[in-house]
Design a protein around this ligand. Structure first.
Ligand SMILES: [Zn+2]
Length: 249
């Protein structure tokens, strides 16, 4: 499985950057994970968007789904002009209901599957197996575990520290986790809904993950500082997401 970073910033992107978006590619499937501002443009550096099989939106914060309008128009246009046959399969939360219903009504572009309907089971997508799990965030949000050839990739999306994360991320070959807060200026207790880089590292350590990649960065933050803090928690080397970076498992 190849994972390409389309965007790693939050809550806004710096020049030439994009908010959260990741392209996962197996032998048979191209899957987009979140579509924050600018990520759909980045996707088109790597594949023709018509080759995309599915999109997962973990939650409806704009830095994770802001490009949905662009994606809607791209697919509706491609279906209209015959360059794409089928609507895009889109996994989204049912909450907030008004956003869910709006996206669900765009039948000219999408087939919508509520993540809530997929919870608690293994969902095949070509040669991938998807398992969703709830995470703790001010808005309903889901992480996802993706199994490909018995290699496990897990993405936490946005979450505060929660003991249940350990079992959700257990023994991942690669864990992509948010690390939004710096230890010296932020306090996860006062800004609920996110983890410090150190907590992200401790999650990786306690879940016995093989490789830890941190993401979801304020553009102002020094990534090497976040990396160091995460490495203290992980007790080992930690990588960080960057625009266009590719991870292979
Ligand atoms: Zn969020």
């Amino acid at each position: 499985m190849k994972i390409t970073v389309l965007g790693c910033y939050a809550p806004y992107a710096p020049k030439d950057g994009a908010c959260n978006g990741y392209l996962l590619q197996s032998d048979r499937i191209n899957l987009m994970l979140d579509c924050g501002h600018g990520s759909f443009s980045q996707l088109q550096k790597y594949i023709d968007f018509r080759q995309l099989h599915s999109l997962i939106i973990t939650h409806f914060h704009p830095d994770h789904y802001g490009d949905i309008h662009a994606i809607r128009h791209a697919f509706a246009g491609a279906i209209r002009d015959g360059s794409r046959k089928d609507p895009l399969v889109v996994y989204i939360p049912k909450v907030p209901q008004n956003i869910y219903e709006e996206i669900n009504s765009w039948e000219e572009a999408f087939v919508v599957i509520p993540i809530e309907d997929a919870l608690g089971s293994i969902n095949p997508l070509g040669d991938l197996k998807l398992e969703f799990f709830p995470v703790k965030h001010p808005l309903t949000n889901y992480g996802v575990k993706i199994n490909y050839n018995n290699k496990i990739f897990t993405y936490t999306s946005d979450t505060m520290w929660d003991h249940d994360l350990i079992s959700s991320c257990w023994q991942s070959d690669l864990l992509l986790t948010e690390a939004s807060l710096r230890g010296d200026v932020d306090d996860a207790l006062t800004r609920k809904g996110h983890m410090t880089a150190k907590q992200a590292g401790m999650l990786g350590r306690d879940a016995l993950v093989k490789r830890l990649v941190i993401t979801h960065f304020w553009p102002e933050f020094n990534l090497y500082q976040l990396q160091r803090e995460a490495e203290v928690g992980f007790e080992g080397p930690v990588e960080f997401a960057e625009m266009g970076k590719v991870f292979q498992i």
